[in-house]
Design a protein around this ligand. Structure first.
Ligand code: SF4
Ligand code: SF4
Length: 117
C-alpha cells in the first residue's frame, strides 16, 4: 500500500508534499516532454505510509490508495508505473509556492469534475 497523488496536483506542483516526506519518495518527471501529466508521483515501493503528505497537500490531491476516488482511479497505476521507469524521474525538489485559497482549491476540484462531499 502506498499513498497516491491524483490529477488534482496537475499544474499545481507546489511540492509541499515533498517537503514533509521523510524518505524522499516523491518524484517528478525529468524534462517537459516526459509524456506524463505535469504533477508529482509517489514511488509505490519507497513510500512508508507515514501519512505526512496527505494533510500537507494544500490542493487535497493525495489519498491513501484505498481511498482514491473512483474519478481518479487511473492515478493508482500512474503512480505505480514510475517504479519501472525510474530513470526518467528524479526526487522532487522542494520549492516554496504560495498556498491556494479555499476558493482556488474548490475551482480546481470543479475543473476536474470532482466533489469532495
Ligand atoms: S503538495 Fe499536493 S499539489 Fe503540491 S505537489 Fe504535492 S501532491 Fe501536488
Ligand atoms: S505517506 Fe509518507 S512516505 Fe509516503 S509519500 Fe507521503 S510523506 Fe512520503
Amino acid at each position: 500500500m502506498a499513498y497516491i497523488i491524483t490529477a488534482l496536483c496537475v499544474d499545481c506542483k507546489d511540492t509541499a508534499c515533498a517537503d514533509v516526506c521523510p524518505v524522499e519518495c516523491i518524484y517528478e518527471a525529468k524534462g517537459p516532454d516526459s509524456g506524463v501529466p505535469n504533477q508529482l508521483f509517489i514511488h509505490p515501493d519507497e513510500c512508508i505510509d507515514c501519512t505526512n503528505c496527505e494533510p500537507a497537500c494544500p490542493w487535497k490531491a493525495i489519498f491513501e490508495e484505498d481511498e482514491v476516488p473512483a474519478l481518479f482511479s487511473s492515478a493508482i497505476e500512474l503512480n505505480k508505473s514510475i517504479a519501472d521507469d525510474i530513470g526518467n524521474y528524479s526526487v522532487a525538489k522542494v520549492i516554496k509556492g504560495h498556498s491556494p485559497t479555499a476558493e482556488q482549491v474548490e475551482d480546481n476540484f470543479k475543473k476536474h469534475g470532482y466533489s469532495a462531499n
